[in-house]
Design a protein around this ligand. Structure first.
Ligand code: PGA
Length: 252
């Protein structure tokens, strides 16, 4: 038996106005007691309400993460938000390489290497996302795609950094589509990801939490989380309702 951390993280994406975000966070905090302490619960609101959500969650045992950070440390980069700014607010985590960032904002492995470095320099734990799109899955290239996304970024980490990493496997065809990967499909690729990690980091790969993401909801989370190499979920749509998010937290 490994002692891998169990994690359920909510990716709110570009949803909720500030007051709604605070309400949602309070709802999660109110139900936290019904979710095992052995599960780390994380909410990732938009930048604009990080501060107020952190305030609302003080003492609640619910962690807060950002959805992205800049490639640079500080300076003339209009519109960007630096990792050190996020960390200064009390955030512990940052999602990096989400497929929406890769797809709509052109993030490449080169971009993500810089963001990862900024995250670690500021003691943020990256939740690094990988996953293939539908064409790649249909062409049975999903293993190669995910392997490349890991080799090009995660393999550049030191072992110490790797020990402070969370990976999220999110097949693009399952994100926001209502079409979930089966528990078997998730397990198959999670086990593969762990094997790739083992080839570089050895036994430390056993400790790395690998989350599943893509239309995860209360009705399917239990089956998916029961798989040996699935250590929790990165939740989009279902994280926007405290009740659903908490139900997923209870699904282990
Ligand atoms: P979804 O999103 O749960 O709405 O499919 C997951 C994600 O993109 O992190």
């Amino acid at each position: 038996m490994t002692m891998r951390k169990k994690i359920v993280a909510g990716n709110w994406k570009m949803n909720t106005l500030p007051a709604e975000g605070v309400e949602l966070a309070k709802g999660v905090a109110a139900g936290r007691k019904d979710v095992c302490d052995c599960v780390t619960l994380i909410v990732c609101p938009p930048f604009t309400h990080l501060s107020s959500v952190i305030e609302a969650l003080k003492g609640s045992n619910v962690e807060v993460g950002a959805q992205d950070c800049a490639t640079e440390t500080k300076g003339a980069y209009t519109g960007e938000v630096a990792a050190q700014m996020i960390a200064a607010l009390g955030c512990k985590y940052v999602i990096l390489g989400h497929s929406e960032r890769r797809q709509y904002y052109g993030e490449t492995s080169a971009t993500l290497n810089k963001k990862m470095a900024e995250a670690y320099a500021n003691n943020l734990t990256p939740i690094y996302c990988v996953g293939e799109n539908l064409d790649e899955r249909e062409a049975e290239r999903h293993f190669d795609v995910v392997k490349a996304q890991i080799e090009e970024v995660v393999f550049n980490l030191t072992e110490e950094q790797f020990r402070n990493l969370v990976i999220a496997y999110e097949p693009v065809w399952a994100i926001g589509t209502g079409k979930t990967a089966t528990a078997e499909q998730a397990q198959e690729i999670h086990a593969y990801i762990r094997e790739v990690l083992r080839s570089k980091f050895g036994a430390a790969a056993e400790e790395c939490p690998i989350l599943y993401g893509g239309s995860c909801k209360p009705s399917n989370a239990g089956e998916i989380f029961a798989k040996a190499d699935v250590d929790g979920g990165l939740i989009g749509g279902a994280a926007l309702k405290a009740e659903d998010f908490l139900a997923i937290g209870k699904a282990f």
